[in-house]
Design a protein around this ligand. Structure first.
Ligand code: ADP
Ligand code: MG
Length: 700
């Protein structure tokens, strides 16, 4: 039994806070690991003690020791990595208001000394794997190097929908229509899991690092195409790490598994999306169901493990509302279950964020009380496979008796259960009863799980390569190149070619997408356009054929294709009949969500004398500010409107699902009553019959 480790980290002042001359209201006593917060109105001070209080605000404050990315990793990351080598499930999640430093702590920046916990942990994981294999020597025959398997998955939860960030599915990268959402299921043996979430085998740190980049890219494409507010989504990066060791003395193989969940949560602030304030904001903002439920789960768990527990009625079963949201459902084990868990609460130092910061500190304080019961997952896979096999056998038996469907008893894969071959399945469905349909569905689910568990290393590798190639093709089809593509770009040499680089409100998503402008014509439009588009964007405000960009010896022009195609250059709308030259550093906006900076390295180089800016100072905020000033178009408000609409749609869907569930329950209940009545009547008539028979002397 261990408590959740809780750390609080205060970031430096940001530009907005500095511009508003905000005062620092946070102080830390690092000996006591206590964080103090001063109320800017009445100067009263509250304090909270955590496992760690990290001062990352200002390097020059004399009585505070500055906490670097390395230090945070040394304290929390290494401990968790060690636990995962021991075979425990581990989880680190970052909580806090948007802009408080969650992503910086978890992912960090790709610069010297700036990487966060996730890249450091992944790097160390492979370093340790490498050094452990070199330990094995001919003299120590009993302990031969373990065989390691590392698989990763990366998903995003947005408005209670799960998106696979590593899968190349087209619908998801282009975001056309409703994006591809995965189903969350709960298996009696496996527990909650995401169906069909891709798991990619990785063999080096570079592999992982590339996948993180690709995942972030997919996240950015989807968020931009869907015009989503990224700060409202949760990113869950999972490493499945297994070690199998063969002991030659005993000829036994033992396997240890660890699931490492690294979670960058959505911004904790209550969204003020409709401009609501005060009471309306308090009651109305259920904007993020997962985050609200996480709060409830933490509160319930904290209460459960509080000292007063014993005083309460023993009969009362504590109800933890895990299933009320996707996030808590999936993180069930990490919150109060089989896991070693750490939480990092990121806060701002500024007085203007007092309310949010105080709420984060309280949240973190509550999380300290959660107790987890982690166990070493030794041979868990073997056990799982055994249990699944058993269940499959039972289901097959059931199907045989219920619907007369005879399936091969050897537990081999069932051909007609594959999703591609459904005709037979339908035939079976139409002839079988409800319970056999359920059994068939369960059998299908079990078989799928078994297949993924029993996949060999070579098969996993092959599958991973296939997914990687598909993803690369999908990205290239959108006209996207990665910064590291280098040679893959072929005729365009990235260093010299003009290109568009994306800007995003979220620094993690900014400048991760690159679209090259080749010599000649580059078409920008949607995937459903009658002619092939070189840069494929999607969103309600992108026309099938949106605009044409011409590049003649590094002189680049942009021309909209129709009256309705919204194109803005440096905040100014471009008319349909006009051709605008793009200069290096120009801000280019297509539709209402695609914001770019145009870069033309050759041109920039030529104009160095004039100190033509390459646009370093341009970020999403300045580009949007410019648009707002010149056009009165507020993209942020549009985004938030959309979010509220999605929330409402989700609420309606959930209400409908709940209504159906209630209806089903009532139907079942009335069926049960009916059946009970029938049973009663039958047994009554039987007893009557037997008493008549016995009284008439027909039976003894
Ligand atoms: P969040 O993910 O919580 O919304 P970010 O991690 O994106 O916030 O941080 C917002 C900005 O503040 C980023 O530009 C980031 O680089 C910066 N930042 C956050 N924490 C720190 C820190 N400890 N040191 C330096 N910069 C930080
Ligand atoms: Mg973030």
């Amino acid at each position: 039994m261990t408590s959740v480790k809780v750390a609080v980290r205060v970031r430096p002042f940001n530009t907005r806070e500095r511009n508003r001359q905000s005062k620092c209201i946070i102080h830390m006593d690092q000996k006591e690991q206590t964080t103090f917060i001063r109320n800017p109105i009445d100067d009263s001070v509250k304090n909270y003690k955590y496992d760690y209080s990290y001062w990352s605000c200002d390097e020059d404050v004399s009585n505070q020791i500055f906490a670097t990315q390395e230090q945070v990793y040394q304290n929390l990351g290494i401990e968790m990595l060690e636990h995962s080598f021991e075979g425990y499930n581990v989880c680190i999640f970052a909580y806090g208001q948007t802009g408080a430093g969650k992503s910086y702590t978890m992912m960090g920046k790709n610069e010297f000394d700036q990487p966060g916990i996730i890249p450091r942990l992944c790097g160390d994981l492979f370093n340790r794997i490498k050094s452990s294999s070199s330990i094995s020597s001919p003299t120590s025959i009993t302990h031969v190097k373990p065989h390691y398997t590392v698989e990763v998955s990366y998903m995003e939860i947005y408005c209670e929908r799960v998106r696979d960030l590593l899968s190349p599915k087209k619908s998801q990268t282009t975001g056309v229509g409703s994006s591809h959402n995965l189903r969350v299921r709960e298996h009696p043996i496996m527990g909650p899991y995401v169906e069909d979430l891709s798991r990619l085998l990785v063999t080096s740190y570079d592999d992982i690092s590339r996948l993180i980049d690709e995942g972030n890219k997919a996240r950015t494409v989807a968020a931009t195409n869907m015009n989503e507010t990224s700060s409202r989504s949760h990113a869950v990066f999972t490493i499945l790490f297994s070690q199998s060791t063969h002991d030659f003395k005993t000829d036994l193989t033992t396997e240890k598994q660890s699931k490492i969940s690294l979670v960058d949560l959505a911004g904790s602030e209550r969204a003020d999306s409709t401009g609501a304030t005060g009471d309306r904001l308090k009651e109305g903002a259920n904007i993020n169901k997962s985050l609200t439920t996480l709060g409830k789960v933490i509160a319930a768990l904290a209460e459960m493990s509080s000292k007063h527990r014993k005083l309460r009625s023993e009969k009362k079963i504590d109800f933890i509302p895990y299933r009320d949201s996707i996030l808590t459902w999936l993180l069930k084990e990490n919150l109060g279950g089989n896991s070693k868990t750490a939480m990092i609460a990121a806060i701002s130092p500024a007085d203007i964020n007092y309310e949010e910061t105080l709420s984060t500190l309280r949240y973190a304080d509550r999380a300290k009380a959660i107790v987890c019961k982690a166990v070493i997952n030794e041979d868990a896979n073997a056990r799982l496979i055994r249990d699944l096999k058993e269940e499959i056998m039972k289901l097959k038996e059931l199907l045989k008796h219920e619907a007369g469907i005879d399936l091969s008893p050897d537990g081999a894969s069932i051909p007609f259960l594959s999703t591609t071959n459904t005709s037979k399945h339908h035939r079976l469905k139409s002839t079988s009863s409800q319970s056999s349909e359920d059994a068939l569905e369960r059998l299908k689910e079990n078989q799928k799980l078994m297949d993924s568990l029993c996949m060999s290393y070579a098969e996993k590798l092959k599958k991973t390569e296939k997914i990687m190639a598909e993803r690369e093709a999908a990205f290239h089809e959108l006209g996207l190149y990665s910064k590291n593509d280098g040679n893959a770009v072929g005729i365009f040499t990235p260093k010299n070619s003009p290109h568009l680089v994306n800007l995003n409100e979220d620094p993690l998503m900014s400048e991760c997408l690159m679209y090259f402008i080749k010599n000649g014509i580059t078409r920008v439009g949607r995937s459903d356009a009658p002619v092939h588009q070189d840069i494929v964007l999607s969103c309600t405000h992108i026309e099938p054929e949106h605009c044409i960009i011409t590049n003649s010896q590094n002189v680049v022009h942009l021309k909209p294709c129709s009256q309705t195609a919204m194109c803005y250059v440096n905040g100014k709308k471009v008319d349909v009949n006009t051709k605008v030259e793009l200069t290096s550093g120009s801000r280019v906006i297509f539709g209402k969500s695609h914001v770019f900076r145009f870069l033309n390295p050759e041109q920039a180089r030529r104009k160095t004398a004039k100190v033509e800016s390459t646009g370093e100072a341009t970020d999403w905020n300045s580009a949007i500010q410019e648009l707002l000033e010149k056009q009165g178009v507020d993209i942020k408000q549009e985004m938030e409107k959309k979010l509220v609409a999605m929330e409402e749609a989700f609420k309606r869907e959930k209400e409908e699902a709940d209504r159906l569930l209630r209806k089903q329950k009532l139907e079942y209940e009335s069926k049960i009553v009916e059946l009970q009545k029938q049973v009663m009547e039958t047994s009554m008539s039987q007893s009557m019959l037997s008493s008549i028979l016995s009284s008439s002397g027909l039976i003894d």
